[in-house]
Design a protein around this ligand. Structure first.
Ligand SMILES: [Zn+2]
Length: 305
């Protein structure tokens, strides 16, 4: 499922046109130093923690069907690319593709790997704990999979369960009106949401070899609205009710230009986010104060400016 990340599209043409000269002029702060966690040597990792300001991105995707034409790992592949592009401009460590996520709604489709609900939280928490044990103080979750949206917000909330000396930040991109308008001009289809025009375009922009465009029309990505009679209600079968093929939209409309625009918009916002997270001292300070108070709530004093 596409996610807010590469899916919300934004930005583009103007942004990209304006940004390109700057991109060419400005070199990454730390050229030739690996950003991929698995490519760092152990001694280099020590340097990487310092260079990154003790930050690390975990790019979260999933293994699930993406229409009849895109690879199972689409979210993993795209999301990590956004992270790598951003890290090339603002150094941070990028964790390996992380495929443990919420995807029960696609268990009826070939290739889906759907781990149990409790395990999802445990593995992610322990991954964060292990990064923190290795000196990372600020962990950035970059989500490429729509089915993770609620899980990751809950995960962030659950960081207040007990004291910890690191913070978790979820990348939560929002394009401005001008960007949305620009993207709207590039968009050809009205219905999208999973393996449709956006995700197909993004994959075409960096991995055309993995796109089987001629198969995109082999199944229907129409919303068949089988729960249209239900009012003011949310239920877990909602996605399957509308998208029985686990496909929403029409990947045939995918094109490289739209994908490139989405990439540039998304990674641009992520660069801004990384910079703001590096500068942020308030979150960890507030967390400490909160946990101090939470240990002795009867002694908590009214907040005054
Ligand atoms: Zn997807």
């Amino acid at each position: 499922m596409k996610r807010t990340c590469l899916a919300l599209a934004g930005a583009l043409v103007l942004l990209s046109a304006a940004a390109r000269p700057v991109q060419q002029a400005a070199k990454p702060a730390v050229p030739d130093f690996p950003v991929r966690y698995e490519e760092l040597t152990s001694p280099d990792f020590v340097q990487a923690v310092a260079r990154s300001g003790a930050t690390c991105i975990i790019p979260l995707g999933i293994l699930e069907k993406h229409g009849p034409h895109l690879p199972l790992g689409t979210d993993l592949i795209d999301c990590r690319e956004v992270s790598l592009r951003a890290a090339a401009k603002e150094y941070t460590i990028v964790f390996p593709p992380y495929f443990v996520g919420q995807i029960f709604e696609a268990k009826n489709q070939p290739g889906t790997i759907a781990y149990g609900s409790r395990m999802l939280l445990d593995v992610l928490q322990q991954t964060c704990d292990e990064l923190a044990r290795n000196g990372i103080r600020k962990i950035i979750l970059v989500n490429g999979h729509g089915g993770n949206d609620s899980l990751l917000r809950y995960f962030c909330q659950s960081q207040l369960e007990s004291r910890r000396d690191y913070a978790v930040y979820l990348f939560d991109p929002a394009f401005d009106a001008a960007t949305e308008a620009r993207l709207a001009k590039l968009r050809k289809t009205a219905v999208d949401g999973h393996a449709g025009e956006e995700e197909t375009s993004v994959m075409l922009a960096h991995h055309p070899d993995l796109v089987h465009l001629d198969r995109a029309g082999a199944e229907s990505g129409e919303d068949v609205k089988r729960l249209a009679g239900l009012k003011y209600a949310y239920t877990g079968i909602w996605w399957y009710a509308g998208q029985p093929n686990h496909y929403r939209g029409d990947g045939s409309a995918g094109n490289k230009e739209f994908g490139q625009a989405l990439f540039e918009a998304e990674s641009g916002l992520l660069v801004e986010m990384i910079r703001s997270v590096k500068k942020d001292t308030v979150t960890l300070e507030l967390q400490k104060r909160f946990f101090d108070d939470a240990a002795k709530p009867l002694e908590t004093k009214p907040f005054k400016r």
